[in-house]
Design a binder for this molecule. Structure first.
Ligand SMILES: NC(=O)c1ccc[n+]([C@@H]2O[C@H](COP(=O)([O-])OP(=O)(O)OC[C@H]3O[C@@H](n4cnc5c(N)ncnc54)[C@H](OP(=O)(O)O)[C@@H]3O)[C@@H](O)[C@H]2O)c1
Length: 291
């Protein structure tokens, strides 16, 4: 049985929708009301009641700006909660797949980040995500796979694509920052990659021990939020004009990295994962939203 925590979040729901494509895998989906990962005793009880063989942690505190004024809550979920899961998984030798963020990279580097590059998170959300990674790896060194991902969107939940579609239908012009460079990640692509990694591991094509450590996953290509917005309106045929602005003219409580493109060579070469280009996945997402 594969446990999906945070099952009613954006990524959690994508796993639930994809589950039927993997009939050989069985799942238990736990929303925050079913399992609070910040409650160590509850985590222990849940694992005792269910026969868990893999844990995929989609639970997280993801309100990047709000985290600046809610650091205790962010820490409880992103650090303590992840540590709780890792400790219980370690005690039962269960692999834990956990998601982290491109925001751990915040420097002047302008080449796509590799997993071993220096981290320098700014802001509460980014720092708690890094602390969570470290707590998990310390608790379960041989059994935690951490996937750093970026700019996650889908037809589900709150995200940039859905915000642009809403605002683009209401306004003739939108200001969007052009000096933050990265790559969007279509959540169903990420979920499918993770399930295929589990499937390959269960079939013996990948050795379980090789999964431990840090991995990168986003779609292919490079863009800015401005170009991403342009692409959304272009594909969707919306007449909204996008005006490029600088980050300094759009102040937010938490700083975002100016450049956080992830190098995905490791996951592609070592685990045989094919990754679609971000624009191709965007077209698929917009088709789902149009249905
Ligand atoms: N979204 C992005 O752009 C992005 C970028 C990079 C990395 N990531 C990472 O990708 C992962 C998935 O993100 P997402 O976009 O799916 O986030 P999301 O939509 O905000 O989902 C997070 C889920 O976690 C649940 N949760 C919160 N506290 C919990 C707790 N104590 N116990 C159990 N569940 C709890 C939330 O439930 P409630 O709503 O009921 O509280 C929510 O369903 C996260 O690790 C995130 O840090 C996301």
């Amino acid at each position: 049985m594969i446990l999906i925590t945070g099952a009613k979040g954006q990524l959690g729901q994508c796993f639930e929708q994809l589950a039927t494509d993997f009939p050989q895998l069985s799942f238990v989906f736990a929303a925050s009301g079913d399992l609070d990962i910040g409650d160590r005793a509850a985590v222990q009880r849940f694992f005792t009641r269910h026969s868990i063989q893999w844990c995929i942690n989609c639970a997280a505190y993801t309100a990047v700006d709000k985290a600046e004024s809610e650091s205790a809550q962010a820490k409880r979920i992103n650090v303590t909660g992840v540590k709780n899961l890792a400790e219980v998984c370690a005690a039962q030798n269960i692999p834990l797949i956990h998601f982290s963020t491109d925001y751990v990279y915040h420097s002047k580097q302008n080449l796509p980040f590799r997993e071993e590059d220096a981290v320098s998170p700014k802001g509460v959300y980014a720092r708690t995500k890094l602390q969570g990674e470290r707590a998990a790896r310390k608790a379960h060194p041989a059994g935690v796979m951490i996937i750093r991902t970026s700019w996650v969107y889908s037809a589900i939940g709150h995200n940039f694509v859905k915000t642009m579609l809403r605002l683009g239908a209401e306004r003739p012009v939108l200001n969007v920052v052009f000096d933050q460079i990265g790559t969007p990640t279509y959540a169903p692509d990420l979920a499918a990659a993770v399930l295929s990694i589990i499937d390959k591991t269960m079939r013996g094509e990948i050795a379980r021990e090789t999964l431990a450590g840090i991995w990168h996953y986003s779609n292919e290509g490079v863009t800015s939020w401005y170009d991403f917005a342009e692409a959304i309106f272009d594909i969707q045929g919306l007449p909204c004009r996008v005006q490029p602005i600088e980050t300094k003219d759009f102040p937010t409580p938490a700083q975002r990295p100016p450049f956080s493109v992830l190098n995905k060579s490791k996951i592609k070469s070592q685990l045989g994962i094919d990754i679609p280009h971000w624009r191709e996945s965007l077209v698929r997402c917009l088709n789902v939203l149009d249905r």
